[in-house]
Write a new protein. Sequence first.
Length: 235
Amino acid sequence: MPSLLVAALLLQDIPCGGDAARHVIEAARLAETFDLTRAAAEYDAAARAGCESSAAAAAYVRGLIAARQADAQFGSAASLEPLKQAITMIESNAAQNPSARAMVAVLRAAIPAAQHERGEMALRIEEMLRHESLQLEAKQPRLPVLSAHEAAGYFWLQLHLYVEAGRAFDVAALAVGRTPYVLLGHARTAAGRQDPAACEHYRRLIAWWGSRPGSPPEMTEAREYVTRSPCAPRP
């Protein structure tokens, strides 16, 4: 079973069996292939089937989706409302749940990231990494779908700070492994710096995808990039 799927099961505060376990595994599979909307729905289904802590995971994934949309709208007040709602929902579980506290920290960092407020974002990134690092040191699972370490790289990318993003993804690779989100992050970072290494990073992501069906935007991006002249073999 892929490591992300194992982490998804270990995330739960209570044993997940039967339909609940199947929903959690499917949520992790969908998230691994960049389908966050359906992953959130599967976490909701797992919560209804008995894995109560999956409700926080569902809210976290929806918060990540809202964060992307807020960034596209330059962090406008209206665009931040769904993100703040996700934070409020998770906070109800945060007092006794270290994973929930880490989720909240990531989503709070997404607010200044969407507004391109570098100083506050950097402080929030430090906070969320501290939360998740404590979890990892205690042999607890990383956050579902997108770890705090991976999120840090994407927040730096939002501000087009490629040196910082590259460092963050290097740290993420050590902390949580070379996940598809780390592979994509390294590729985007190199592409932003116009580094020829972007070709190899995108090829690694394509190789990881293998024969999986479909082509989400992330994979279309990778396949189109490697057809460009910098990546094409010389005659």
